[in-house]
Design a protein around this ligand. Structure first.
Ligand SMILES: Nc1ncnc2c1ncn2[C@@H]1O[C@H](COP(=O)(O)OP(=O)(O)O)[C@@H](O)[C@H]1O
Ligand SMILES: [Mg+2]
Length: 466
């Protein structure tokens, strides 16, 4: 690890360790101290908050489940006060989801109980290295290029940025994942990206679209069959589960499966074993399953068309892909990417008018539909350097222009509406002022309010900020 040469006097990393299990906490603290950390222990979230008030720790390691104030709240409070603090959470058995939530909220990483000390130290070192790198310019530059991409998935919206972080974390775990999203939102891409960033990467990624195969053949497709198992089964064959051994099995459109198969899939997921069709020999496999659906499984569970137990088996880690119309700020990035993919000449561009139309459209077919529209436009433009409105599909052009609508990421834990509206108002006013070079007269015109109202609002909102 890079050592910061300048900081001599206080280069010892200060660490706050929060856990209500005294024995474990003490042992961990001692071992961390042996490795050169200055450790302070807290046995509750309340006590941790007190320490955080008084001292700028470099690192915070906290158990997620604490009797009162929990680990997530401790990390929240610490990060609010010290944005550069490294927060690591310790999770109990079966709470990977909580860890995912914590990471969405800004924790750097997690370890699951029971853990080896080496594992913890590894996670700590890694987080420290990342923090160190982050403050180095070279890394910042590289990040500028990289951070809008994970695998082949592009996105700069907050929702996609948060998704990338979650993907990085869940890729390492072996848990089953359920990817939900409308058609064309990138479910396939997500499944592949998870596999390629997981320890299973050297093994196969096997995909099966459950809706594309007739019901009668699907079982054989999943689990394989032996010779003569059904009419036309001339030889024995491996199913997708076997093919994916040690790798990843991607079950697309899992909501279309019949009840009978749902039952068999449940067993395969639970026991990691099954039989080929027509055979009674049990086969065991080690497969990570990623399922995807564009149907609302909870509704199907409610109306009895999808097994509840299977739903919970699949939905260990839920990942939801937002529709493109809820992250329109990703559109320019995607368009640029697709232009590069389809345009014969480099530097083919879109007129601003055409870009506005693309950004205003609702894209029911999401990224797939956008990709098709760009491909078509490139073809129609016949090598012109600029793509115009006329090159776009008629439904895109005909759509009513969108009024500027804010991009709202609605956090799972909800939000404080008045506070949120104030922040939004402040942002919009700042945008108007930026647009007009700070001219309050012009800004108030753009915002259709009186100049005096603008000035008043500015005063109030700036006051709120501090
Ligand atoms: N975020 C994204 N960045 C780049 N390409 C994307 C993105 N999302 C979707 N695509 C492209 O859109 C098409 C549809 O994506 P896909 O993963 O098949 O969607 P789904 O499985 O949800 O229907 C693919 O060609 C894919 O490469
Ligand atoms: Mg798909």
């Amino acid at each position: 690890m890079c050592q910061n040469v300048g900081a001599v006097a206080d280069s010892v990393p200060h660490l706050l360790l929060v856990d209500d299990e005294t024995a474990l906490r003490q042992v961990t603290a001692e071992r961390l101290a042996e490795r050169g950390f200055e450790v302070v222990q807290a046995d509750s979230g309340e006590q941790a908050l007190e320490f955080i008030e008084q001292f700028a720790f470099d690192l915070l390691i906290t158990d997620l489940r604490l009797p009162g104030i929990d680990g997530t709240q401790v990390i929240d409070a610490a990060r609010a006060r010290y944005p550069a603090i490294i927060g690591i959470v310790i999770t109990g058995y079966g709470t990977v989801r909580d860890a995912v939530e914590a990471i969405k909220k800004g924790a750097s990483d997690f370890v699951a109980k029971p853990f080896h000390f080496d594992e913890l130290i590894h996670v700590v070192r890694k987080a420290m290295e990342q923090r160190q790198l982050r403050s180095e310019n070279a890394y910042l530059r590289a990040q500028l290029e990289q951070r809008y991409q994970f695998g082949d998935i592009l996105g700069r919206s907050r929702a996609m940025q948060a998704l990338f972080q979650v993907l990085e974390t869940v890729a390492r775990s072996p848990s089953t994942i359920l990817v939900t999203g409308e058609t064309g939102t990138g479910k396939d891409l997500v499944a592949k990206a998870i596999h390629h960033n997981s320890p299973r990467k050297p093994h196969r990624f096997v995909a099966l679209n459950c809706s594309a195969i007739p019901e009668t053949l699907l079982e054989a497709e999943l689990f394989g069959h032996v010779r003569g198992a059904f009419t036309g089964a001339v030889g024995s064959r491996q199913g997708r589960f076997e093919q994916a051994h040690k790798g990843t099995l991607f079950l697309d459109e899992v909501g279309t499966m019949s009840q009978g198969l749902q039952m068999k899939l449940l067993r395969a997921l639970q026991e990691r074993e099954f039989e080929r069709v027509g055979d009674n020999q049990t086969i065991k496999v080690d497969v990570r399953v990623i399922a995807a659906t564009n149907s609302e499984l909870p509704k199907m569970v409610a109306n009895g068309s999808f097994r509840e137990d299977l739903y919970y088996r699949l939905n260990v880690i839920p990942i939801t892909l937002p529709p493109l119309r809820e992250r329109r700020e990703d559109i320019p990035l995607l368009v640029k990417h697709f232009l590069g993919k389809f345009a014969a000449s480099e530097g083919t561009e879109l007129s601003q008018e055409a870009m506005r139309a693309l950004m205003a459209f609702a894209w029911p077919g999401n990224v797939r539909q956008l990709e098709n529209a760009v491909e078509r436009a490139v073809t129609l433009s016949g090598g012109r350097r600029q793509i115009d409105l006329a090159d776009l599909p008629s439904e895109v052009v005909a759509a009513p222009p969108a009024t500027a609508r804010p991009f709202v990421d609605f956090p799972a834990q909800g939000l404080d509406l008045p506070e949120y509206m104030s922040a939004l108002e402040r942002d919009v006013i700042h945008m108007a002022l930026e647009r007009t070079g700070g001219n309050k007269n012009k800004a108030s015109e753009l915002l259709r309010i009186k100049r005096t109202t603008l000035v008043e609002k500015l005063k109030r909102l700036e006051g709120l900020q501090h």
